[in-house]
Design a protein around this ligand. Structure first.
Ligand SMILES: [Zn+2]
Length: 94
């Protein structure tokens, strides 16, 4: 019967439409998913101490200075220059 072929054709058309809808849904979800991490600032969660003023700040936001092979972190240029000018505050006598 020719009507059966027509129904089958219609059935394939519906299946193709559904598959396309599902594909669109998934590709859209993937786009949203990949965009989300970029919205958040990428922080490792590591906190470092500013040896001059003693505050803790995220490593990514800190100014880094390598002195004598050792890394030092500062919250600002002021603190860094103070450290470079005065050396280790522990060794300083007031
Ligand atoms: Zn500081």
């Amino acid at each position: 019967m020719w009507i059966r072929g027509l129904i089958r054709l219609f059935y394939y058309a519906v299946m193709a439409y559904l598959a396309w809808s599902v594909y669109r849904l998934f590709s859209g979800a993937r786009r949203r998913g990949s965009r989300r991490p970029a919205d958040k600032p990428r922080l490792s969660g590591t906190m470092v101490k500013d040896e001059v003023c003693g505050i803790y700040l995220p490593k990514e936001n800190a100014l880094r200075e390598t002195i004598g092979g050792q890394e030092h972190f500062f919250c600002s240029r002021e603190c860094r220059s103070k450290f470079l000018a005065g050396g280790d505050p522990k060794d300083r006598t007031q």
